[in-house]
Design a protein around this ligand. Structure first.
Ligand code: PLP
Length: 442
């Protein structure tokens, strides 16, 4: 069977696969790694070399590769119902998942609307917000507010509320304008300023905008606690409390994009729990299916749901995807939630997080490192005086040391699966230090 060698797979992939977020020519020097299988935190290539998946394969994998419990649940679902359309039909996995998620918010966010990827969930939240206001007689509310350094996906609507210069510059002419407010990124703290002070400053910027134009603004969209894709920028939970108050005061919807930070990643199941608030819309994807299948969803308050409830089709939410509520994906999500319950994951993660933070102290105190930061199961630090090709060189050096890591610019981060053992925690910390020293030495 296995007649292909590692290099055959690489050559075939480069001939026919267009890889995401990649300047394909860079693969003349950056390795492309054909993965043959996964087990726990490890991915294996065709030569039997292994890589610790320190970024959970773009933040989706929570409980390791080939997880026996998720596998078993999926095999059973596969023999029962692989898919049925969700318009006019419903099924057990989507019902149970929606009930469980609602319960996790204390039934504040009572309904879930399903799609397949994160960007689609963002598009849904934006459309729902606008349409809900219109159904309530506020059709002037058509604008959206996002944060500096925000990332909400790369389809045209999601990109319009994303503030990544590279993408905005390339596709700007295609996008609808949105309002951008200051990021609450705690790294901006000046002399004697705390993270909470930065949060207050950033909230004041939101208030300035709301005062001026709230009657035209439908919603503000925020990645709560950690703006991940633009370099793991962390902020004080106070920011979310202040923005929640402003949204209530000025009648603006709050959309929380928990696609990356949800599912326990920041230490609580939903990141917004740490601020003691709930949004009007909450987007989930990535980890919700345990990293198994494409699944995303938008949870909403009952008041939003009711604003669409009518005999009139045009007042209904006009949106669908072919695979909406796919039973296999929902089953993977149910198995994932079951693991949270059975293993008391949020508690055991706290112990693991302490161990990794301790093991990373040589990096936290490294002369060429600044802004070492951690929240829940996310760690990041910034390389001082990193060269423009730092990220690519780090990735290439990391794979030589059994690590899968992709820094964002000069920000090195870790977002490992939650099943990391103590030995794997030590390997991750030690090898990251070795890789960092090699890359910084040139
Ligand atoms: C990944 C991500 C998205 C987009 O999800 P896709 O599945 O890649 O479309 C949106 N928002 C945040 C915060 C993300 O991290």
């Amino acid at each position: 069977m296995e007649s292909n060698t590692q290099s055959d797979w690489v050559a075939r992939s480069l001939r026919s696969v267009w890889h995401p977020c990649t300047q394909m020519q860079h693969h003349e020097t950056v390795p492309l790694i054909p993965v043959s299988r996964g087990q726990g935190v490890w991915l294996y290539d065709h030569q039997g070399r292994r890589y610790l998946d320190a970024i959970s394969s773009w933040w989706v994998n929570l409980f390791g590769h080939a997880n026996p419990r998720i596998n078993a649940a999926l095999k059973q679902q596969l023999d029962t119902l692989e898919h049925a359309m969700l318009a006019g039909f419903t099924h057990e996995p989507v019902i149970e998942l929606s009930e469980k998620l609602s319960a996790l918010t204390g039934h504040v966010l009572g309904h879930s609307f399903y799609a397949s990827d994160g960007a689609s969930a963002v598009e849904i939240a934006l459309k729902m917000s606008f349409h809900s206001w219109r159904n309530n007689g506020h059709s002037a509310k058509q604008e959206f507010v996002c944060l500096k350094g925000s990332y909400h996906g790369e389809t045209i609507g999601a990109l319009a509320v994303t503030d990544v210069a590279l993408f905005k510059d390339a596709y700007g002419p295609l996008l609808r304008a949105s309002q951008t407010v200051m990021s609450p990124d705690a790294r901006q703290a000046g002399e004697g300023e705390s993270a909470a002070d930065v949060a207050r400053r950033a909230a004041a910027d939101v208030e300035r905008l709301f005062m001026e134009k709230s009657e035209r603004i439908a919603a503000i969209i925020i990645e709560p606690l950690v703006q991940c894709a633009t370099g793991m920028a962390m902020h004080d939970p106070l920011y979310l409390q202040l923005v929640r108050e402003l949204c209530d005061r000025y009648s603006v919807h709050l959309i929380l994009d928990e696609i990356a930070v949800g599912c326990g990643r920041t230490g609580t199941f939903f990141a917004c729990e740490q601020a003691g608030i709930w949004p009007d819309f909450l987007c989930l994807s990535k980890g919700i299916s345990g990293g198994y299948l494409p699944l995303s969803l938008v949870m909403t308050r009952d008041a939003i749901y009711e604003s669409f409830y009518s005999n009139d089709v045009t007042r209904g939410f006009l949106h669908s995807h072919s695979y909406t509520g796919n039973p296999l994906a929902c089953r993977a999500a149910l198995a994932t939630l079951q693991i949270f319950e059975d293993d008391d994951v949020l508690r055991t993660n706290r112990v693991k997080a302490q161990r990794l933070t301790a093991a990373l102290q040589p990096l936290a105190q490294h002369q060429q490192v600044r802004n070492f930061r951690q929240r829940g199961m996310i760690w990041a630090f910034d390389a001082i005086d990193a060269t423009p090709d730092f990220s690519r060189r780090f990735f290439a050096t990391a794979v030589e040391h059994e690590l899968l890591m992709r820094p964002i610019g000069a920000s090195v981060y870790m977002m490992p699966p939650y099943v990391l053992s103590d030995a794997e925690i030590d390997t991750l910390a030690n090898n990251t230090l070795t890789v960092f020293n090699k890359v910084m030495a040139g």
